[in-house]
Design a protein around this ligand. Structure first.
Ligand SMILES: N=CN[C@@H](CCC(=O)O)C(=O)O
Ligand SMILES: [Zn+2]
Length: 431
């Protein structure tokens, strides 16, 4: 009897592996060197990992292939295959929405105007504190379903709408229970320092995060109630300054979390410089990053997680992606899904990256797969189609992969597979 496999996708017009040498990330000009196999087949083993990627002609000469059988077997001629997308920055656990603020911003109000009046993050914090675990989990599961149907198979997800121990822990528990049930892989981030709670000063909030919230998170992690991969802060004028951010991020790092924070979004704060100094894995936003910050990030391998939806929604200048890539910064992409930027689609993010930040289509794909996986320390199993990595695959309904970026709004995705399992593209529960 032959070997049995979970999945075969036969005769794809092009399998865009992204990498074929198990490199952990791509930098500079190498972001334009995509590993692509024309007219290829992908086989996924029963454990959900990729077993083979090659042409039918090459595979058909192999003994094991001649007798192989498959749980699922599809002819995908005329369709391209991409690795599952990796969304490097989201805020997906919250109740209430801010469509009313969308209208205010369209009429000219700035993000910080609304924030100072108690709206923005403050509005979402009030709604999220009131919501039960079950309500938040149901909202999160629907959002994860929508991401998955757009091809995202690994997502970074933050807490940060509690700003006190109890609600922050509730959000992290919601992430853990969603991870136990949902096919998407979630990298969980503690963001107790997303804003300064009403009635506190930034200095008082810093003490609360360092002395109360982080120890409570560590205790809950030790009990197995939650898991936490990263520590984050919103380093911004009037929110957390450089010293406060350093105190919070260093404490998180000492407790085993990777530093992955918001910096230089609306105001230059020296985030690149700080991130390089304290050993950050990644910094997000960077619309206002300095040349010194760019150089410091490049020479210390600090990932820049760029979020083109923010500049689009807030009508601000996007981050200097070209300068960052050309200077050697490791660039990744994220949707920044949150009540301010309601985007669950990495194809749309790649389109914005190309059009508004002048990234090439290849750079955008690398940034949305291998490099965003690496920004989360997960490119050993995610971010490219290579033997031994998870069989996370996006089947593009076109012979050329670039259509997934080119076709605006309704990306041509024929199927998504997570660890070799087909994802239902429509759910009765949503009707
Ligand atoms: N800038 C800070 N945090 C989010 C926005 C969160 C919110 O407005 O609720 C961001 O990354 O864009
Ligand atoms: Zn954010």
């Amino acid at each position: 009897m032959g070997q049995h496999f979970k999945l075969r996708l036969r005769n794809s017009s092009q399998v865009v592996c992204v990498s074929s040498t198990r490199e952990q990330f791509k930098r500079k000009g190498d972001m334009n060197n995509l590993a692509v196999k024309q007219n290829a087949t992908v086989v996924v083993a029963m454990d959900g990992t990729i077993f083979a990627v090659d042409t039918e002609e090459a595979l058909s000469k192999l003994d094991w292939y001649q007798t192989a059988t498959f749980d699922q077997d599809f002819d995908v001629s005329g369709k391209a295959i991409l690795p599952g997308f990796v969304d490097g920055h989201t805020h997906p656990v919250w109740s209430g929405d801010r469509v009313h603020e969308f209208e205010q911003k369209l009429a000219g109000a700035t993000y910080l105007d609304i924030h100072k009046q108690g709206g923005g993050i403050g509005f979402t914090v009030a709604k999220t504190r009131e919501a039960s675990h079950e309500e938040l989990e149901a909202l999160l599961m629907t959002r994860l379903d929508r991401m998955l149907r757009q091809g995202t198979t690994l997502v970074e997800a933050k807490s940060g709408y509690g700003l006190e121990t109890e609600t922050e822990l509730k959000m992290l528990r919601v992430l853990k229970s969603a991870q136990d049930k949902h096919a998407i892989d979630i990298s969980a981030t503690f963001l107790g320092a997303h804003s300064v709670p009403k009635g506190s000063t930034p200095a008082e909030a810093t003490v609360d995060v360092v002395d109360k919230q982080i120890p409570a998170v560590v205790a809950a992690r030790e009990n197995g109630d939650i898991y936490v991969d990263n520590i984050d802060v919103f380093m911004e004028k009037g929110i957390f300054d450089s010293d406060q951010s350093e105190a919070i991020l260093s404490k998180g790092k000492a407790c085993g979390m990777c530093i992955n924070f918001h910096g230089d979004e609306l105001t230059f704060m020296g985030s690149g410089e700080l991130g390089a100094k304290i050993g950050a894995r990644a910094i997000s936003h960077l619309e206002e990053v300095s040349k010194v910050g760019i150089a410091a990030m490049a020479s210390n391998d600090v990932f820049g997680v760029l979020l083109p939806t923010t500049a689009y929604v807030l009508r601000i200048t996007p981050p200097p992606a070209r300068e960052m890539i050309d200077s050697g910064v490791l660039v990744a992409l994220g949707s920044d899904f949150n009540p301010n930027a309601h985007c669950l689609s990495m194809p749309f993010v790649m389109n914005l990256a190309a059009v508004t930040m002048k990234m090439t289509l290849s750079e955008a794909l690398v940034a949305a797969t291998l490099n965003s996986a690496a920004s989360l320390n997960k490119s050993d199993m995610h971010g490219s189609i290579e033997v031994g990595k998870w069989g996370n695959l996006v089947v593009v309904d076109n012979a050329q992969w670039t259509h997934v970026v080119y076709e605006l709004v309704d990306a041509p995705i024929a199927a998504v597979f997570v660890k070799g399992e087909a994802v239902p593209m429509t759910r009765i529960a949503q009707l």
